[in-house]
Write a protein that binds this ligand. Structure first.
Ligand SMILES: NC(=O)c1ccc[n+]([C@@H]2O[C@H](COP(=O)([O-])OP(=O)(O)OC[C@H]3O[C@@H](n4cnc5c(N)ncnc54)[C@H](O)[C@@H]3O)[C@@H](O)[C@H]2O)c1
Length: 447
């Protein structure tokens, strides 16, 4: 049963244009300078993070305050950071990574940490130290200007973000760790963290990619869990970092494991802002597979763009790619849910990555050059230190599919890797007539 509440309040939310806004957890209708707020939720759990994400109390109408009280069991949100013995037990967050998305994640988190009493104000951000062309250390410049001048220039992170080049020092007091580095560095980082983190740590991975081990594919959240012996949720979605940095509205999905709903809601609370709406789903592997595999499809979309094949072809490639993503995910992880592919982490992320995004951009340049300039060369020239994920993910997936004898079943994924390595020309991305798989074989399997 959904609970409903109706409020006529001063404008608490701005959507342009003012259109009905809906998520599975609530609906919001905004009218001129007043808002008609209709909340419809299966449980009061959903209300708390949403209400906390509204404007500060100065603009909070009495109706909202009352609803917030009811969503917290009748009293205004208690000082949850004070345990019975009065010792502070606020959640303390460290962001492990400081690239383009890492810096935006730090900005989102910092705005909520400064506002919500259950989090420590200070947010540490571990920086892989670099010397800038000026001779200064990147960390010093971030702490002086409150801006990551290399990976997110022009955006203030929040004064409560402290850049720290010392990994152990950055994590030592934290009990919420946000992993957001390129995936190839995660294993090394985790090995350095063994025995250096608090016993009550919860983690979340914003990292798109996987490690391929002898035993098979290992998702990054599993790698973090195994290396550090901690629970790890994931956050994925249609999230091109530079757009969120300038506060353009977007959505994301938090994937969590069975019985981990409470911590998933804490992550939702930490990330949600009026322009960044986060939905939890109980499907870690599904969410993470979506975020990881779509980078391979984005390379295919880039080849299509580079060869100027047009929008119909690109839409076809995206559809075929989404179908292969779903099949691969369900064959590798039987728990993956179809519904996950309709969340922000699924079809929405696929669309945004195939329209914008660095994988598409570099793949288009690769195709325009007839495959004669390598991805490494183009990455260095076009991305200024940022990393491509799609090429390594295509290789890793190729190894997995080859090992299992599934290559024939996934012609788009197989072709992308063979194009990246120069074994096929970029135009082979649409040569499906001879590689058409017998989907009935796996359709039965992957229902
Ligand atoms: N940028 C986006 O729009 C976006 C959006 C969603 C998810 N992601 C994912 O977030 C993850 C991180 O991407 P990003 O955009 O923050 O990074 P980035 O590609 O912008 O930057 C690369 C980062 O790696 C660091 N680095 C370089 N060498 C290193 C080493 N040896 N060890 C550790 N770190 C090293 C650099 O200092 C820099 O912080 C990736 O998995 C990416 O797929 C990115």
């Amino acid at each position: 049963m959904h609970r409903c509440a109706l409020f006529l309040t001063k404008r608490v939310w701005q959507l342009r244009p003012f259109e009905p806004f809906q998520s599975p957890n609530f609906s919001l209708y905004s009218i001129s300078s007043f808002s008609l707020l209709i909340l419809s939720t299966p449980s009061s759990h959903f209300l708390s993070p949403f209400l906390h994400s509204l404007s500060p109390s100065s603009s909070m109408a009495p109706g909202i305050e009352a609803l917030q009280r009811s969503s917290n069991g009748g009293s205004v949100r208690p000082d949850s950071h004070l345990s019975d013995d009065g010792v502070s037990s606020k959640f303390k967050v460290t962001v492990v990574g400081s690239g383009n998305w890492g810096s935006v994640a730090a900005k989102l988190i910092a705005s909520n940490a400064a506002r919500l009493s259950c989090f420590h104000d200070e947010v540490r951000m571990w920086v892989y130290e670099e010397t800038l062309p000026t001779g200064e250390k990147l960390t010093d410049v971030i702490n002086r200007n409150n801006e990551n001048v290399k990976y997110l220039p022009g955006i203030k992170l929040g004064k409560n973000v402290i850049a720290d080049p010392d990994l152990e020092n950055a994590v030592k007091d934290a009990n919420m760790l946000v992993f957001v580095t390129p995936h190839q560095f995660v294993e090394g980082i985790c090995k350095r963290l063994v025995g250096k983190i608090r016993g009550d740590v919860e983690a979340i991975s914003l990292i798109k990619g996987m490690e391929v081990k002898k035993e098979g594919p290992c998702m990054i959240s599993s790698l973090i869990s195994q290396e550090l012996g901690i629970n790890c949720c994931v956050l994925m979605g249609a999230n091109i970092a530079n757009e969120i940095a300038v506060e353009k509205f977007s959505e994301a999905t938090v994937g969590y494991r069975e019985n981990m709903r409470e911590i998933a809601e804490k992550w939702v609370q930490l990330f949600t802002t009026p322009y960044f709406v986060v939905t939890p789903v109980q499907d870690v592997e599904g969410v993470e597979m979506c975020g990881t595999l779509k980078n391979v499809v984005a390379l295919a979309a880039g080849f299509v763009d580079g060869l100027e094949m047009g929008n119909n072809t690109k839409a076809a490639i995206m559809r075929i790619g989404l179908r292969e993503m779903r099949m691969i995910s369900k064959l590798l992880f039987s728990s993956v849910k179809d519904s996950t592919f309709f969340e922000s982490c699924g079809v929405a992320d696929l669309i945004t990555t195939c329209l914008g995004g660095r994988n598409r951009k570099v793949a288009a340049a690769f195709a325009m050059n007839g495959g004669k300039r390598s991805f490494d060369e183009l990455e260095a020239e076009m991305l200024q230190g940022q990393k491509l994920q799609g090429v390594s993910t295509a290789k890793e997936m190729y190894e997995v599919l080859n090992h299992r004898g599934w290559l024939e079943l996934f012609p788009l994924f197989a072709s992308v890797h063979e194009i990246c390595t120069g074994h096929l020309s970029p135009s082979a991305i649409v040569e499906y007539s001879e590689r058409k798989p017998n989907f009935s074989v796996i359709d039965g399997h992957a229902q």
